[in-house]
Design a protein around this ligand. Structure first.
Ligand code: 0GY
Length: 306
């Protein structure tokens, strides 16, 4: 049995999260979360850039029930490379309440794609964050995108805002629905009206196949989790960015906890507090239902809507 030692300074996920004050609508989907191992059963990938603490499917399902979500979308984490077995195992044990996003290489076979589809995978993730992954050539990614489109899958992209100008031509050529992780990681010390975020808004405005996860205030915030000096909420500096996208693109935004929150250095969020962030970015019941139920269902459980 292989044992793994966490990356120094690695923060464990928050045990005993509070129960949110915000009551999630019936059928709400946590549309961005991960499982890590357990490493003894599902070893971490040799090429990984970090070694996390274990975060198992049963712990994820317990969090889902505690917070009041109905379903999960489990996104392959980079610490597992292109070995999707921990994520697929979680899907298979979810009783139909989880769907997944995989990482694949060019060498993946059609029968492997089909097996993942049967388990509930509905997308692939292309990661451009240099501290997390080594570079994959764009022609390989485009080939993968063309192949998985035959199963009706979409592409999830993860990048940082400063890299969007260089990547945007590639993104706009993708033949599928494209879902951006964490709003393209804006620098929230800049104004929401800064040219940097304006480019992201234009990207969504001009391309109707582009969606965004309005996720990760804990990752993007500079002000952090404490509401200070009469401010209305934790992570207050992220609200204008997420609010802008929910308002402008109400049918193309989804939300998730990002549990177990890889690579946070300063603080680990209480997942109950994260859920209480939702009404600040989606104040109306109609926006909340789109964000948490209708939109993720359209992407991940479309057959349930027929
Ligand atoms: C996230 C963000 C991060 C990491 C990963 O797969 C991953 O390793 O997604 C990050 O470090 O920004 O979406 O959880």
């Amino acid at each position: 049995m292989t044992t793994f030692t966490k990356t120094p300074g690695w923060l464990d996920w928050y045990s005993g999260p509070s129960r949110p004050k915000f009551k999630l609508p019936a059928g709400a989907v946590d549309a961005h979360c991960h499982v890590f191992g357990p490493g003894a059963q599902f070893p971490y990938a040799p090429e990984r850039k970090y070694t996390p603490c274990d975060a198992s499917k049963n712990q994820l399902f317990a969090l889902r029930d505690h917070l009041g979500f109905d379903k999960n979308v489990i996104v392959q984490a980079t610490c597992h490379g292109a070995d999707n077995s921990a994520m697929v195992d979680a899907l298979k044990h979810s009783g139909g309440k989880a769907r997944g996003v995989a990482t694949v290489r060019r060498s993946v076979s059609d029968s492997e794609i089909q097996a993942m589809h049967d388990a509930g995978v509905r997308g692939v993730r292309f990661n451009f964050v240099k501290r997390l992954v080594d570079f994959t050539p764009k022609d390989e990614l485009m080939e993968i995108a063309a192949r998985i489109s035959n199963w009706g899958w979409h592409v999830v992209i993860y990048f940082e805002a400063v890299d969007l100008p260089e990547l945007i031509d590639f993104f706009t050529q993708l033949p599928t629905t494209v879902v951006v992780d964490h709003m393209g990681r804006p620098d929230v010390s800049k104004s929401v009206d800064d040219p940097e975020f304006a480019l992201f808004e234009r990207f969504m405005h001009e391309h109707e196949n582009v969606w965004s996860k309005v996720t990760c205030p804990e990752r993007l915030s500079i002000k952090g989790p404490k509401a200070l000096n009469g401010e209305q909420n934790a992570y207050v500096d992220v609200i204008p960015f997420a609010r802008r996208l929910v308002q402008k693109f109400p049918t193309r935004v989804i939300w998730g906890t990002d549990w177990p929150h890889p690579n946070l250095k300063d603080h680990m969020p209480d997942d109950g507090v994260l859920v209480d962030f939702i009404p600040h970015i989606a104040p109306t019941e109609q926006e909340q239902k789109l964000l948490l139920v209708d939109n993720p269902m359209r992407l991940y459980w479309p057959e349930a809507l027929k």
